[in-house]
Design a protein around this ligand. Structure first.
Ligand code: DLL
Length: 432
């Protein structure tokens, strides 16, 4: 099932022609209306009218998060505020908040793109969709809400939090599709178990999860605990919010809405493109945004492109699930460590639960990582010898995966803080 077959299954050369035309229009738009880009183009002697091929993309300047902060709040908008009908903002936990805006057309485009992602995940007009993403300045709730209405589903805009109420409504309203972060889906699943609610009291069929990194093992756990098909979807507020990319039911990579977003994968150190199929930083140029177009935005998210065709028939290229962020990377004793590497090891060890935290501390001049991981009651209350075995297994596997020693602490089930939105996996005490 497609939402827009003509666009989702375009021939490559036609898609590239469309991308080029849309890129030309976007360059004209930013050069005319955004002083920041006008200035940059002038410095780099770029003639926005002289753009003839997508290969020339590499001559364009990058845009980074700091540029958004420097132009807070409305400096990068390409339309007057009078034409803006919606504003969203990022939380600003790692610095000054950033603000993004949408025209009426942008909202229509956004709705149609989240409708695509919903349709690819299996959600349609017969579904009852419970949106447990926050509604507000965060783009998750509203972004998927409009798409879900567009596909004709019955939408429950419950927003995040209040887990028991979520479950009651999920039962009573016969929710068939759950939309939230993967960590919140697990919390809901665990709470169902804890309350002893029978799974057949629920009507769930699909789960659409995103907004934070997760792993294949976590998908398996959620799918079996909730008896659903769980798909991954990706987006970021700077670019639009959800709707940038999403998995189809093949569940092997996220189709990028390439007719609206031009993607590149670069080496974050050299800023050069990586070889095809290699992992690097995802860079996105918006092709149709009116209020807030961005050129070569460095997402800091790490992924790789999958060139092989997908059995679902969509020709939109896929990207692999996000494996981390360049700024998530911990450098410990000179070694690069990504939380996803640790998560993968933890999940392979019998008796661990999908809840963990990585604490980084500095003792003197030496960095120390401690991984806290929840284990089943049986292990937690088992003899010391058994616990030691589990710890040693994890330590050895982490040492061979990461190349450095890591401390491991087993903690009791439910002792690590749960999140109703994005889970916080890293506690870096070095910054305190
Ligand atoms: O999280 C938008 C969104 C809402 C996407 C709902 C999907 C569903 P931000 O709050 O700006 O926007 O955070 C964007 O979250 O750069 C990634 O690092 C991370 N992220 C988003 N989706 C995924 C995903 C929304 N599927 C940042 N897998 C991005 C891994 C994700 N990381």
């Amino acid at each position: 099932m497609y939402w827009n077959e003509a666009k989702e299954c375009m021939k490559r050369d036609e898609l590239e022609q469309l991308q080029l035309e849309r890129l030309q229009a976007t360059l004209f738009r930013v050069a005319t209306h955004v002083p920041f880009y006008r200035q940059k183009f002038k410095e780099l002697k770029i003639d926005p009218d002289g753009f003839r091929s997508l290969d020339e993309l590499r001559s364009l300047p990058f845009t980074v998060k700091q540029d958004l902060r420097d132009n807070y709040p409305y400096g990068l908008f390409a339309v007057p505020l009078r034409d803006v009908v919606r504003v969203h903002s990022s939380s600003g936990t790692t610095g000054q908040a950033t603000v993004v805006g949408y025209t009426g057309n942008d909202i229509k485009t956004w709705s149609s793109l989240t409708a695509r992602v919903l349709t690819a995940a299996g959600v349609g007009k017969d579904d009852v969709v419970q949106i447990a993403f926050g509604y507000g300045l965060f783009t998750g709730g509203f972004g998927l809400h409009y798409g879900a209405e567009l596909v004709g589903a019955s939408v429950i805009p419950i927003s995040s939090g209040n887990t028991r109420r979520q479950l009651r409504i999920m039962q009573d309203f016969r929710t068939t599709a759950l939309i939230c972060t993967p960590s919140y889906a697990l919390l809901l699943a665990d709470t169902i178990e804890e309350l002893g609610l029978p799974l057949n009291a629920f009507s769930l069929k699909y789960g659409m999860f995103g907004a934070e990194p997760w792993s294949e093992a976590m998908r398996r756990e959620i799918e079996s605990k909730l008896n659903i098909i769980a798909t991954d979807n990706y987006g970021l507020s700077e670019i639009m919010g959800p709707g940038v990319a999403g998995e189809c039911q093949e569940r092997s990579g996220l189709h990028i809405n390439e007719d609206h977003f031009l993607v590149e994968i670069i080496n974050p150190d050299t800023l050069e493109p990586v070889a095809p199929g290699e992992i690097g930083e995802l860079v996105i140029t918006t092709l149709t945004k009116e209020a807030f177009p961005l050129i070569r935005y460095r997402t800091r998210d790490l992924t790789r492109l999958i060139e092989e065709p997908c059995p679902c028939g969509r020709t939109l290229r896929r990207m692999e699930r996000i494996t981390g962020r360049t700024d998530d990377m911990l450098i410990v004793k000179g070694v690069n460590v990504y939380p996803s590497q640790i998560e993968n090891v933890l999940f392979e060890v019998e008796g661990t639960k999908p809840h963990y935290q990585i604490v980084v501390e500095r003792e003197g001049r030496v960095d120390k990582i401690t991984v806290l991981v929840e284990v089943t009651e049986a292990i937690f209350f088992d003899e010391m010898r058994k616990q030691r075995e589990v710890i040693d297994t994890i330590k050895n596997r982490l040492a061979s995966e990461l190349g450095i020693g890591v401390n491991v602490r087993l903690v009791e089930e439910k002792s690590l803080e749960r999140s109703e939105g994005k889970a916080q996996r890293i506690i870096d005490k070095r910054q305190l």
